[in-house]
Write a protein that binds this ligand. Sequence first.
Ligand SMILES: *Cc1c(COP(=O)(O)O)cnc(C)c1O
Length: 462
Amino acid sequence: MRYISTRGSAPDLSFEEAMLTGLARDGGLYVPAQIPTLDADTIRAMGGQSYEEIAFTVMRPFIGDTFTDAEFRDLIAKAYAGFGHPSRAPLVELAPNHFLLELFHGPTLAFKDFAMQLIGQMFQLALGRKGERVTIVGATSGDTGSAAIEAFKGLENVDVVILYPHGRVSDVQRRQMTTPSEANVHALALDGDFDDCQARLKDMFNDFEFRDGVRLAGVNSINWGRVLAQVVYYFSSAVSLGAPDRAVSFTVPTGNFGDIFAGYIAKRMGLPIDRLVVATNQNDILHRCLSGQGYHKSGVHPSISPSMDIQVSSNFERALFDAYDRDGGAVKQLMDELAQGGFDVSQGAAEVLAEHYGSGRASEEETSQTITDTLAQTGHLVCPHAAVGVKVAGEQRDPATPMITLATAHPAKFPDAVEAATGIRPPLPARMADLFERDERLTRVPNDLEALKTHIKGLIAQ
Ligand SMILES: *Cc1c(COP(=O)(O)O)cnc(C)c1O
């Protein structure tokens, strides 16, 4: 399996190279040159399988000869052993034919653990056998950073530096990043918003001298390995509701478009998915774009679902690449226009996008009201991100087709918003009950590329 860049002018890579590289050298994102398919019998057989077995079947065609079958099974087993639920990604019923897929039973209570725990294992094996060391720099709106620090802390071959927007993450998110004491992990509070963090990260990747000097690697969802690991739970959940003999739909609380793009890959692999609905908060650039208004930046407005406070949604580039018939030149042109403020989508590409993706948005009041109503009607506490999904799914679902809404984080990760809506302050699970007693290491950094480069070189020289 070879991987190609969405901007058409970086070299093709193997899975291992694409995973360790992150961003392509032409500024694009890596995608598989072809998308493998699974036949109906293979999908049907997943009905009786464990999450780990399904994970092996779904991901195996993408990894080429990077790992042997035995190695890959072992990595998967280790990645999910620390999850707090035996089925890893359980489904609960909210209403007839409306289900919530709980993706928050991993070590940092958000769906990011599904990919990050596996990536941590894959990096360790791949780097260990080459005797190489890398510096992972990540940008986070809160959950990627804590998941990455948890997955990589104490590993021998990596230093991890996480940029998060100062003052714009929840206390639980910040503490999950600032309390681990391992010397190879560093959380930096950047003076800016998430888009600034992600832009500085891309600047570092595009500075080849720095990139090669520190052996920069990325674990944001620009990394194909992230997207791949997330394809698995689309299969496991759909199969438990009758796929491939029954179609299902998904609603996905969306920010950087990584999670929903994983759903699109599942569909292209042969999973019968009727609708993939993008649910945004008030930062609704994706909803506006998918409603035919072009992709035009308008500034990030902090919300109660902070992990979705994004305007420059990096994985949307992967969706555009397919919508533009895999024309890297066309995608490069759009991204150049985006740097100037925005772009319009061609008629043909808009039709392709509309064929695969629906969309909706939830305002702050609607999100909060949905948390209140969901508790009253179903007895379930949902986090504000999941609430955005539940609200949009409620509007858009066809009662005859099962709708699966992704619950992307545990309500205890966002206790203020949940308490404001319900009067109930959800407690942290027992294994992290002492989070607020642990010591924090807080470092603030300016939104300035040169200062960041100097700071990071200093950290890894220690
Ligand atoms: C990251 C995140 C999202 C958005 O996922 P994308 O893959 O960036 O679209 C939604 N909810 C939560 C809780 C998250 O951490």
